[in-house]
Design a protein around this ligand. Structure first.
Ligand code: 8YV
Length: 315
């Protein structure tokens, strides 16, 4: 039996690459020097695209694959997939929800703690001899008992809230509507009102055109010079220029970010700032979770080509 041809947009760990090659004829887009020439040649053969959350599959890529049947995303976010074109052409889209929820929530909490307690600077204080030479590390801010806001109480936001309860925090959330499962949390109607009553603002929204820059200048000012923004969703949910201005001018206290516009080529202004914790988009990056994500990518592709029910369809 001939193997279906798939276009692989970005690399996966070896434990995913091997089974993928066993079941499919894989065209490795990310290795091509001339991407257009590569697509022109491989595109007509391709029946599936295997991609990653942040890489997606844009209009031009999908257009170059006239026989495309399915896009399987390694990630919960599918904002980088051109859904409109997929819908119009009857192309199925799948993602990897649930398996990564807890890891993403864990990293969000770790980022809050790390930044609030100044752990990166504190580590440096020990390593560079400052502890011995200068004495006590400068005092930082407490986390427990303070006010947390969660923007987007979906699966990940809910797990963040669960963890924050362990820190006895006063928790509020905002979403398109109040959620029936939001026990012990106040519903706030807008991102602005949420920022006004928060010390820590977690952004856990699925990104879409409707949520673009939902955290803008006004929200950042409301969070204020004592507030912290934690983003474990997508960069597009935040007006990055406004964020950089607010951090540079100390209108916002600090930020902890796992995602950036144009990543991995982030705006160099971030690198000059002392009040931001920078993470390389790795909230789902544990061996256990990435194995489960890779399996789900393959399970969706296998089910599709066997004519079965897709485990985790988006479209
Ligand atoms: C990435 C993500 O897919 O789940 C998402 O939406 O962005 C991530 O899990 C991951 O970094 C692999 O590229």
């Amino acid at each position: 039996m001939t193997k279906p041809h798939i276009l692989q947009v970005g690399p996966y760990p070896e434990w995913d690459e091997i089974p993928l090659r066993e079941s499919f004829t894989v065209h490795r887009y990310f290795e091509a020097d001339d991407k257009s020439a590569f697509l022109a040649k491989a595109g007509p053969l391709v029946r599936a695209i295997a991609t990653r959350g942040e890489l997606g599959a844009g209009k031009a890529m999908i257009k170059a694959c006239p026989n495309l049947e399915i896009v399987s995303v390694y990630g919960v976010g599918y904002d980088a997939v051109d859904l409109e074109t997929c819908r119009a052409r009857g192309i199925r889209v799948t993602n990897t929800p649930d398996v990564l929820t807890n890891d993403v929530a864990d990293l969000g909490i770790a980022m809050m703690l790390c930044q609030s307690r100044g752990m990166i600077g504190a580590e440096q204080w020990v390593r560079d001899g400052s502890w011995r030479a200068k004495g006590l590390f400068p005092l930082k801010r407490k986390v427990w008992g303070r006010r947390a806001g969660i923007l987007g109480l979906g699966r990940i936001g809910f797990e963040v809230a669960k963890r924050l309860k362990g820190f006895d925090m006063d928790i509020a959330y905002s979403d398109v509507q109040a959620k029936p499962y939001a026990d012990g949390m106040e519903f706030v109607a807008s991102a602005l009102a949420l920022a006004e009553r928060s010390d820590f603002l977690f952004v856990t929204l699925a990104a879409s055109a409707a949520t673009r820059h939902i955290v803008g200048r006004d929200v950042l000012s409301a969070l204020g010079p004592d507030g912290m923004l934690i983003n474990i969703s997508r960069a597009s949910n935040i007006d990055e220029e406004a964020l950089l201005d607010a951090l540079e001018n100390h209108k916002l206290g600090s930020a902890a970010l796992d995602v950036f516009e144009g990543e991995p080529n982030l705006n160099p202004r971030f690198l000059k700032l002392g009040n931001v914790l920078l993470q390389p988009h790795h909230a789902s990056g544990t061996i256990e979770t990435r194995k489960a994500m890779g399996q789900l990518v393959r399970d969706n592709l296998t089910a599709h080509f066997a004519g079965g029910t897709l485990p985790t369809p988006v479209l």
